[in-house]
Design a protein around this ligand. Structure first.
Ligand SMILES: C[S@@+](CC[C@H](N)C(=O)[O-])C[C@H]1O[C@@H](n2cnc3c(N)ncnc32)[C@H](O)[C@@H]1O
Length: 242
């Protein structure tokens, strides 16, 4: 299955293209997310954090933290330290502003770092989260094996990622919606056309459900479960390091 499509189809690496792309769309990323998902993305991040709360993690890593929405939501756990990492400096700048505004600077630190080659020691984090990040990794297995490495034994990974509705009727409407959305964004913001074409197309081909569970299993995770969110257009995966 071809999952490694890139935003601009240029000769530079996917990682470089992803960084350029998110830098380009960073200022409108949050508002477009709210519009495209009708605000449901906020609910899905909340659902993920609600699963984490009862476990009382002390140190959490939010990989591909972007503008920091999940890292900020994670502040509702009793964590003592939350670290967010991302390769896009512009997304991080916005995350930092939001964190400062909410007076969460002492709890949440955001760093520019690549999830496929992290500067953290082995067995360090209680929990690692990734929301809408894994499908943008240049090398998915490398990213997942790095997360595995930095998690403590019995630590857990929580991933929120796009998926496709199971019902053929819903799938038809979903694909129709994506096509219309790509055209509207292209008309309103011409320089966002390729980024959003990539974001929406990659959501349509990225492995989900059992296929993604299998990828987690191949990377050493156990007790793998997934929960489809409303309409099946996003899924929460959770699994443990043995
Ligand atoms: C769709 S955004 C998701 C942001 C945020 N987690 C959210 O829920 O809105 C994907 C983010 O993944 C980041 N990203 C992609 N590949 C990465 C990598 N290898 N290491 C760290 N961040 C990465 C991008 O820069 C971008 O900010």
């Amino acid at each position: 299955m071809e999952i490694n499509i890139s935003p601009f189809n240029k000769k530079t690496s996917k990682k470089t293209q992803i960084k350029i792309m998110f830098n380009l769309i960073s200022k409108r990323y949050d508002i477009l997310n709210r519009i495209i998902t009708f605000g449901l993305d906020l609910r899905w991040r909340k659902n993920l954090v609600n699963k984490i709360k009862p476990q009382n993690p002390k140190i959490i890593l939010d990989v591909a933290t972007g503008t920091g929405d999940l890292a900020i939501e994670l502040s509702k756990t009793k964590a003592e330290k939350i670290i967010g990492i991302d390769i896009s400096d512009q997304m991080i700048e916005i995350a930092k502003k939001k964190i400062r505004k909410k007076n969460l600077n002492s709890l949440i630190k955001v760093l520019e770092s690549n999830s496929e080659n992290m500067n953290f020691k082995n067995d360090y984090f209680d929990i690692v989260t990734v929301s809408y990040g894994v499908r943008n990794f240049e090398n998915l297995n490398k990213g997942l094996s790095e997360i595995f490495r930095v998690l403590k034994p019995t630590g857990k990974i929580y991933i929120l990622e796009t998926s496709l509705p199971k019902s053929p009727i819903l799938l038809f409407f979903y694909k129709f919606y994506v096509r219309i959305l790509t055209s509207i964004i292209g008309i309103l913001f011409s320089n966002y056309k390729l980024p959003y074409k990539y974001l929406l197309n990659s959501a349509s081909i990225f492995p989900f459900g059992d296929d993604f569970n299998n990828i987690l299993m191949k990377n050493g995770f156990i007790n793998i479960k997934n929960e489809s969110q409303i309409l099946g257009v996003s899924t929460i995966y959770f699994a443990s390091k043995p």
